[in-house]
Design a protein around this ligand. Structure first.
Ligand code: DGJ
Length: 736
C-alpha cells in the first residue's frame, strides 16, 4: 500500500513485513527516510544524524547550510552538487555540462504495476493489492526530467524499482549512466551474497563481509553471463537460512549489468544496479524518453530461505508468462550428449523408442538438424532442415515421435551466424563488429546485430517459418558466445554507445513476438549452459538450461546457488551418463537421478547404452517424479544443508497447502564412523501428522522439524535418499 503523510511531504510504501518511507525535504530534495521492518505510521521526527558539518561538507543550496549532499540518504542524486558517492545518473547536456540539479516536481500514486516500456518486468494480477508510485524530479537547465518508479506487491514482500529519463528540453542530452535505482542505508554492517562462477560452474553462492569503498559485481559480456548473476544479497552478518534480514536485489535484464555497493566513511551504504555504464551512452533527443530495466527488491526477515521463497513465488507467478507458467513441465530427453552432431533419423527414432518405454514425454532434437551442421564451425543462420540426416524432414519426424506418444522439441540459436553461410553472404552488414578489422570469433561464430530492426524482423519471420514447419511443442533457444565488439552498422557514430542495450531490446522484441505467436510452445532458454539464466529471459521463457555440467556433485553446488533466486520449475536438470562428459567423474545412477529430480527433470544420455536393470530404475524413478512433480515444481523450497558445509547436503519442498513434502538428502564422500544423520525438516505444519510413504514412519510436523527425521544409513560414496511425506490419514502406522 502506498500512502501520503504530513501534507504530502512524506510517502510510505508498505508490504507484508516491511515499510519504505520517502521524504520530500524542503519541498525539493528526495530523501530516503526508512526501509526496514513494518512500521504502523510515520512521525514528524526528522533524524538529523545524517548531517554533520565539517570542512568537507558541500551544501547544495545557498539559503541554508543544515543539509549536505555528502552525507544525507537519498532516493536520487544530482551529479556535481556535492554527493561524491556512486551516482544514479551521469550525463552531459548539449552545452557540455555534467552538472544536473534534480529537484522534486510532482508525484502520483497509481493502481497496479506499470509496464517498463520495451523491457520485461514483474506484473500484477487481478486481486493483487499492487500499486505504483511515480515521483518526478527535474533539472531546470537541461529540461531533463527523471521519473522514479516504485511498484509494490505487498503479498510478495517485493518492491520494484526503475526510472525513466525524459527530455522535455529543447536540446539533446547524452545519458552516460542510468541506473535503475539507488538505495541508501543508515547502517553499514552487511554481508554480501553473490552468485558467481564460470562456464560449467554457474551461480555458486559466495558470501563475504562488506568492506569500505566501492564493491562492484558486473558483466560486460553482452549477456548476464556464467560468471556473475544480476543478483545481490545484502544480509545482516547473523542472517542464516531461517532467520535474520536478507535483502535480495535482482535486475530484470539480460545484457551488460552493474551492481555497486559503497560503504562510506560515514557509516552508511549506497546500493545501486542497472545497465553497465562502461561503453554505454544514449542520446536523448527532445521529446524522447529512456527507461531503465526493472530491479526487484525482496526483503525478508526470515533469513535467506524467506528471501528465496518470495523470489520463487514471484518469478513463477508474476514474471513468467505464457500458457506454460502454471503447467507441469514434461519429462524430456535431449539427444545432445547421446549423439552430438552425429545422428541419423534412425538413431533418433531408436532413442525415441527407448524414451517412450521409460515414460519420457518429450523428445528434444538438439543442435545439428539443419544443413551444413556436422560440427560447430558452420551452418548457423541458414535454417533449413538437413534432409540427408532427416529424410522426411522435421514434420515427418514430429509425426513419428507422436506415434510414440512423444512431443517434439527443437534446438535453435537465432542470434548467431556462421561465416560462409548464405545469410552471411547476403547480409555482411548484419553482423556486430568492425568488418574492416578481424572480427572476434567465439565457437567459430559471429553475432547478428539485433540492434538492427531488419535483423529482428528477419529472425521473427525465419523462426515463425521454422516453428510452423512441424508439430513442435518445445523450443530450446541457445546462445553460445559472449559479445565484445559493440559496433552496429545500423547506428550512426554518435549512437554506437547504444548498441549493447539496443541489442537486448531487439532480443526482447524478437522473443516477445515469437513466444506470443506460439503460445503452445514451451520455450527453454540456454546460453552454453546457464550463461544467460536471468529474470529478463524468464519473463519470456519459463525454464532455463541450468548448466552443461550435469555431473551430480557439481550440480549440487550449481543448483544450490541457483535456488537462492530461481524456482525449481525454471531449472532444467538432466541425468547424464558416466564418466560425466564435462568433469569425467563417475557416480551412481541413483545419485545422479536424485540430484536431477530436485528440479525440472530430463534425460541427456544414450538410453540405448543402459542395461536392463538401469532402464528399470530410470522408468521407476520417472513414474515417481511424475507423481511428485506438482510439489517439486510448484511447492515451497527449503534448503536444509548447503553442499558447501560438508559432504552431506539436503533440501526439501513442501506443497503450498503443506499436505505433502519431498525430502532430498545427499552424501558425497562417505565416512563410516559417522552416526546416521538426523535431518531437521522445515516448512511443515506443526499440527499435521505426516506419513513417510517409503519407510512407513509417521510423526507430527513439529516433531519432524524440531526433533528431526532419521535418514537411513548411507551405503557409500555418492549416496542419495529421497523421502516423500503425505498427510497421515491413518495415524496407526509406525511412529518415529
Ligand atoms: C550449448 C548447450 O548448452 C548444449 O546443451 C547444446 O545445446 C549445445 N550448445 C549445442 O550446440
Amino acid at each position: 500500500m502506498i500512502k501520503e503523510h504530513l501534507q504530502g511531504s512524506c510517502i510510505s510504501i508498505d508490504a507484508k513485513s516491511w515499510s519504505y518511507q520517502i521524504e520530500i525535504r524542503h519541498g525539493k530534495y528526495l530523501v530516503h527516510r526508512y526501509f526496514g521492518k513494518k512500521l504502523s505510521g510515520i512521525s514528524e521526527l526528522h533524524q538529523k544524524r545524517s548531517f554533520k558539518k565539517n570542512y568537507g561538507t558541500i551544501h547544495p543550496d545557498r539559503t541554508f547550510n543544515e543539509f549536505s549532499f555528502e552525507t544525507e540518504l537519498f532516493e536520487l542524486t544530482s551529479p556535481g552538487k556535492g554527493d561524491y558517492r556512486i551516482p544514479l545518473f551521469n550525463g552531459r547536456s548539449s552545452k557540455g555540462s555534467s552538472v544536473f540539479s534534480f529537484t522534486y516536481d510532482s508525484h502520483e500514486i497509481m493502481e497496479g504495476i506499470l509496464d517498463v516500456h520495451g523491457l520485461p518486468g514483474v506484473y500484477a494480477e487481478e486481486g493483487d493489492s499492487a500499486s505504483t508510485l511515480k515521483i518526478t524530479c527535474r533539472d531546470e537547465d537541461s529540461g531533463l526530467y527523471v521519473h522514479l518508479y516504485y511498484g509494490v506487491l505487498p503479498e510478495f514482500d517485493t518492491l520494484l524499482r526503475w526510472c525513466c529519463f525524459e527530455n522535455r528540453g529543447t536540446d539533446p542530452v547524452s545519458i552516460e549512466r542510468a541506473m535503475s535505482f539507488l538505495l541508501d542505508t543508515p547502517e553499514d554492517n552487511f554481508d554480501v551474497l553473490t552468485l558467481q562462477g564460470a562456464y560449467a560452474r554457474e551461480r555458486t553462492a559466495q558470501r563475504h563481509r562488506l568492506t569500505g569503498g566501492i564493491s562492484s559485481f558486473s558483466s560486460l559480456r553482452g549477456i548476464s553471463s556464467h560468471h556473475m548473476q544480476p543478483f545481490l544479497g545484502m544480509l545482516s552478518p547473523e542472517t542464516g537460512e531461517n532467520s535474520g534480514s536478507a535483502l535480495g536485489v535482482l535486475l530484470v535484464y539480460s545484457g551488460n549489468f552493474l551492481f555497486e555497493v559503497e560503504k562510506t566513511a560515514y557509516g552508511t551504504v549506497r546500493i545501486t544496479s542497472g545497465i553497465h555504464n562502461q561503453g554505454f551512452s544514449w542520446l536523448l533527443e527532445p521529446g524522447e524518453s529512456f527507461f531503465t530495466p526493472q530491479a526487484v527488491l525482496v526483503q525478508s526477515y526470515e533469513g535467506l530461505g524467506g528471501m528465496t521463497r518470495s523470489f520463487h513465488r514471484l518469478i513463477r507467478t508474476r514474471l513468467c508468462r505464457t500458457d506454460h507458467r502454471d503447467a507441469q513441465r514434461p519429462v524430456l530427453i535431449n539427444n545432445w550428449e547421446a549423439t552430438y552432431f552425429d545422428f541419423t533419423r534412425n538413431d533418433l527414432l531408436e532413442l525415441a523408442d527407448e524414451a517412450h518405454n521409460v515414460g519420457i514425454e518429450l523428445f528434444v532434437l538438439d543442435d545439428g538438424w539443419f544443413t551444413n551442421r556436422s560440427d560447430d564451425t558452420t551452418g548457423l543462420g541458414d535454417w533449413q532442415e538437413d534432409r540427408k540426416k532427416l529424410s522426411g524432414g522435421l514434420q515427418e519426424l514430429s509425426q513419428d515421435l507422436l506415434k510414440r506418444k512423444l512431443k517434439m522439441g527443437l534446438w535453435v540459436e537465432p542470434e548467431m551466424v556462421s561465416p560462409g553461410t548464405q545469410l552471411m553472404q547476403e547480409h555482411p552488414d548484419w553482423v556486430l563488429g568492425y568488418p574492416e578489422k578481424e572480427l572476434t570469433m567465439g565457437r567459430t561464430q559471429l553475432v547478428l546485430d539485433l540492434a538492427h530492426p531488419d535483423v529482428q524482423q528477419h529472425l521473427i519471420d525465419t523462426f515463425t517459418r521454422v516453428f510452423s514447419s512441424a508439430d513442435i511443442s518445445y523450443v530450446k533457444w541457445d546462445m553460445n558466445r559472449c559479445i565484445g565488439e559493440w559496433r552496429s552498422a545500423y547506428l550512426p557514430p554518435e549512437r554506437q554507445g547504444e548498441a549493447s542495450h539496443r541489442y537486448v531490446l531487439g532480443l526482447y522484441r524478437v522473443m516477445k513476438e515469437l513466444t506470443e505467436r506460439f503460445p503452445h510452445i514451451l520455450f527453454e532458454g540456454c546460453a552454453g549452459g546457464g550463461g544467460r539464466y536471468d529474470a529478463g529471459i524468464l519473463a519470456f521463457m519459463p525454464q532455463y538450461w541450468t548448466s552443461d555440467n550435469t555431473d551430480g556433485v557439481s550440480r549440487l553446488f550449481i543448483q544450490h546457488g541457483t535456488s537462492m533466486v530461481y524456482p525449481l520449475s525454471t531449472m532444467g536438470s538432466h541425468v547424464s551418463e558416466v564418466p560425466n562428459h564435462q568433469v569425467g567423474r563417475s557416480t551412481s545412477l541413483d545419485f545422479r537421478l536424485g540430484v536431477s529430480m530436485a528440479g525440472n527433470f530430463g534425460c541427456e544420455l544414450d538410453l540405448r547404452k543402459l542395461t536392463k536393470p538401469e532402464k528399470q530404475v530410470l522408468s521407476k524413478q520417472i513414474s515417481w517424479y511424475k507423481r511428485w512433480r506438482p510439489v517439486i515444481q510448484f511447492g515451497d523450497m527449503y534448503r536444509l544443508k548447503s553442499p558447501a558445509d560438508g559432504e552431506d547436503s539436503s533440501l526439501m519442498i513442501v506443497s503450498p497447502d503443506k499436505h505433502k513434502a519431498v525430502l532430498f538428502w545427499y552424501r558425497r564422500l562417505h565416512d563410516a564412523s559417522l552416526l546416521p544423520p538426523v535431518i531437521h525438516l522445515s516448512g511443515l505444519d506443526p499440527s499435521i501428522r505426516y506419513l513417510e510413504e517409503r519407510t512407513g514412519a509417521s510423526a507430527l510436523g513439529d516433531e519432524l522439524m524440531h526433533r528431526g527425521f532419521p535418514v537411513e544409513e548411507p551405503e557409500g560414496d555418492f549416496s542419495v535418499r529421497i523421502y516423500q511425506f503425505v498427510q497421515d490419514e491413518n495415524s496407526a502406522s509406525r511412529k518415529l
